[in-house]
Design a protein around this ligand. Structure first.
Ligand code: N01
Length: 539
């Protein structure tokens, strides 16, 4: 393909990404009179929800909460049909938002930025797309998602495998692998959704599991007659309640600790929440993420459920997580996950017990010599979380400093999640050091977009053109993020969680999300703004 001639386009604000963050930024900043433009690598809006089209993909935050709150007409006119939204429903919603607010005209689709360089003398970022187009902008807003770059394949001998390989991350539309002999690697949130869905269509399904997860039933259902109307009548208050909960979505959390009650009440509480399904299960007791004994109690409850559901005792034993607290790895919410292992066409291979020796041309072999024949492999192996979209680009800040080099060498640190020292005017949405993935992402994103738009309005009004995170403030915030995580059980055990970058070989391990939640975080970022953006230098 011949490259188009190099064009240079100037904007005040260049937003990278047209998912929930980028679309909201575009609407809000454009509305405030900023000259803003978006680049998006996909041919369509949606971000995460454009790419992750694998069978069974669904969000585990309720539909009515996993949506924008900033336009009353929008939230009144959009009709969700199920309690939890399927990928296609969320994508349809975001396409509707793009059309309704005429956002597409300011988005360049099929545009992948390969690098961006800060020009100190002009106070501008120059970003280059893979087709040679050049964008110049005063502000570079990174709305690139926390889980948007799949981690590299790190499976022994994988290049020997000659059959088709599908990644859940960019699943071909409508592919259901009907009748095929399929292997799935990965039993995280994605694996736990794609495995039950594929078991319905494929001929034979072999699941390769390394670390088992605690899987809570979703209990998705259609919204009842009148339920949506009732929610809509209360929408404004519902959004306020969501903002008042650390998780960015209101949960009726039990205020009691697990051992404030006797064994019977403890069991009944877990059972009631298990039957209710979803993330509410984590609100069973106040101390589940703080007290090991409380966590042991909930783990024991889930273990008993696995024994109850799964027919084969050896499979049940393999499915029980034992080496880390529930919650230290992102809890998995899925439908019929454990039940799926009772199907005749589904087999679990526990590679902690019998390690994976190598992939072969026609499948894989375990350490004890057992061979498995597979015709199609599915990778649900996770993401280079938070930092992947940054380190895969060549981002150069002051004096040519490379963001990838700094973050790969020292780990990713930011001031309040928004900016990194040495990279002026690069502003991050839901980045390292923000609650993001530990909250309802949409609420967390809205909090960020509001702060960023207030910042840019203030800078324009007061004649500032440059903002940069202070190194000392960034260090202090990174320490706060670690300290808060250390008060919980999140960092405990050998979960290998992407929360700390432990899933990617060689990645510097730091706890990346801010675990105190959106309320504390909102206080911290508002305090900074009110104190002339304390922790940043404006000039
Ligand atoms: O990724 P993961 P994910 N050999 O990293 C295995 C969100 N999400 O895409 O644990 C063998 O959690 C790995 O094993 P191990 C949600 O925030 C939300 O599933 O490293 N196995 C693990 O089992 C979630 O947390 C929703 O031992 C290997 C799996 O691959 C986040 O996205 C739905 C391996 C990766 O699990 C990421 O979830 C989907 C190897 N070499 C996603 N490498 C909902 O809202 C990796 N694995 C419902």
């Amino acid at each position: 393909m011949t490259k188009p001639p190099t064009t240079v386009t100037d904007y005040e604000v260049l937003v990278v990404g047209a998912g929930f963050s980028g679309l909201h930024l575009l609407h809000r900043l454009r509305g405030a009179g900023h000259l803003v433009h978006v680049v998006e690598q996909a041919p369509e809006v949606g971000g995460t929800w454009y790419w992750n089209r694998y069978p069974g993909a669904r969000c585990d935050v309720e539909s009515v909460d996993y949506s924008y709150s900033w336009d009353e007409d929008l939230q009144q006119e959009w009709d969700w049909t199920e309690k939890y939204p399927a990928q296609g429903d969320i994508l349809a919603y975001l396409k509707h938002v793009a059309d309704r607010f005429d956002l597409r005209k300011d988005i360049d689709f099929n545009t992948t930025l390969t690098g961006a360089e800060w020009d100190e003398s002009q106070g501008l970022w120059t970003a280059t797309a893979d087709d040679g187009r050049i964008y110049r902008a005063r502000y570079l807003l990174m709305a690139v998602g926390c889980l948007s770059v799949p981690k590299d394949i790190d499976l022994p001998g994988f290049d020997k495998f000659a059959g088709p390989v599908l990644r859940t991350y960019d699943w071909p539309e409508g592919e259901d692998l009907k009748g095929r002999t399929v292997g799935v690697i990965g039993t995280g949130s994605t694996g736990a959704q794609v495995i039950p869905a594929l078991s319905e269509t494929v001929g034979d399904l072999t699941v390769i599991q390394r670390t088992p997860n605690f899987v809570i039933p979703t209990r998705n259902r259609p919204l009842h007659d009148g339920e949506l109307e009732e929610i809509k009548a209360d929408y404004a208050d519902r959004r306020v309640r969501n903002r008042s909960h650390p998780a960015g979505v209101f949960r009726s959390d039990n205020e009691k600790n697990a051992f404030d009650v006797d064994a019977q009440e403890r069991y009944a509480t877990f059972q009631e929440r298990w039957e209710g399904g979803g993330i509410n299960f984590l609100g069973s007791f106040a101390d589940l993420m703080f007290d090991q004994a409380a966590n042991d109690a909930v783990a024991e409850f889930v273990h008993a459920k696995i024994d109850e559901i799964v027919d084969d005792p050896a499979t049940a034993a393999s499915l029980k997580p034992r080496s880390y607290p529930l919650g230290a790895k992102r809890p998995v919410i899925a439908t019929d996950y454990y039940e799926t292992y009772n199907k005749d066409n589904v087999h679990l291979v526990d590679v902690k017990r019998n390690p994976l020796d190598t992939f072969t041309e026609k499948g894989f072999r375990l350490a004890d010599g057992t061979e498995y024949a597979i015709d199609t492999m599915v990778l649900a192996t996770g993401f280079d979380a938070f930092t992947g979209p940054f380190t895969k680009m060549d981002i150069r800040g002051t004096d040519g400093r490379s963001l990838a080099q700094v973050w790969n060498r020292e780990g990713a640190r930011t001031q309040l999640g928004f900016g990194a020292a040495g990279f002026p005017n690069m502003i991050i949405v839901a980045g390292v050091g923000s609650p993001s993935v530990l909250a309802n992402m949409v609420t967390a994103i809205e909090q960020h977009v509001e702060w960023i738009s207030r910042l840019l309005d203030t800078m324009r009004e007061e004649g500032y053109t440059k903002i940069e995170a202070q190194e000392s403030a960034q260090e202090a915030w990174a320490q706060t993020v670690e300290d808060v995580a250390a008060m919980t059980l999140w960092p405990n055990g050998d979960s290998g969680s992407w929360y700390r970058g432990a899933n990617v070989e060689g990645k510097v391990q730091l706890f990346m999300p801010y675990a105190a939640g959106i309320v504390e975080y909102g206080n911290a970022i508002d305090k900074s703004a009110e104190n002339d953006y304390e922790g940043f230098v404006l000039s």
